[in-house]
Design a protein. Structure first.
Length: 104
């Protein structure tokens, strides 16, 4: 593939540059995934997992937190008690409610 870059406009050159950068990034990702797949296959053939051989753990997926508090004005709005307090929770506390009043 040959591209005559001298005949391209500035916008076309910048678009080409962006596309090349994306192609390089995805190429490297694909090659890494292929290498990992090959290594996993070799490890499986020997009776191990790749994570076991490397001494790494497989990341676990967390289950979503269960809701502990509900908005008294709209029960569809809930909060697990983790992270930032929702506005409705802060407003309810400002109105004199306690966290126990808002528990589900």
């Amino acid at each position: 593939m040959t591209v005559d870059i001298n005949s391209l406009s500035l916008k076309e050159l910048k678009d080409l540059q962006t596309n090349v950068a994306k192609a390089i990034a995805t190429f490297m990702d694909r090659k890494k995934k292929e290498a990992i797949a090959e290594l996993e296959e070799i490890a499986r053939g020997k009776g191990y997992s790749l994570a076991e051989l490397l001494g790494t753990s497989v990341p676990r997926k967390r289950a979503p937190a269960t809701a502990k508090y509900a908005n008294p004005l709209d029960a569809a709005e809930t909060w697990s008690g983790r992270g930032r307090k929702p506005r409705w929770f802060v407003a309810a506390l400002a109105d004199g409610k306690t966290p126990e009043d808002l528990k589900i």
